[in-house]
Design a protein around this ligand. Sequence first.
Ligand code: PRT
Length: 100
Amino acid sequence: MDDDTHPQAVLDELFATIQDRKQTLPDGSYTASLFTHEKGENAVLEKLGEEATETILAAKDDDREEVLAESADLVYHLLVVLAMEDASLDDLRVELRDRF
Ligand SMILES: N=c1c2ncn([C@@H]3O[C@H](COP(=O)(O)OP(=O)(O)OP(=O)(O)O)[C@@H](O)[C@H]3O)c2ncn1[C@@H]1O[C@H](COP(=O)(O)O)[C@@H](O)[C@H]1O
């Protein structure tokens, strides 16, 4: 992903990168390491819980910058979980739209 990516396209580009990492499992990729971790799915699920807790603590402190940083970690790990479960970002969009 490059710095010119429009903010509205970021989630799609990030998810496409995650799906590519899942397929190709390149050396040195943090994302790939989550798909091949010895703890299995628990590795990313633990990270998801940690990042959720860190987001909560930042919000309790009204620390806007930290809320944004931890939310980014949280969303990234959530997208990895979606990819792991063979769900897509569009599946998530449909789920949310159907609640309108
Ligand atoms: N958005 C992210 C992203 N957000 C968070 N992280 C990683 O998530 C981890 C967060 O863990 P912590 O905050 O607990 O920090 P840490 O203590 O270093 O982590 P651990 O030691 O517990 O693993 C860090 O290792 C971050 O690097 C991410 N890793 C990758 N991405 C995106 O995924 C793309 C592909 O990355 P690779 O798979 O590494 O090529 C990148 O270009 C980014 O766009």
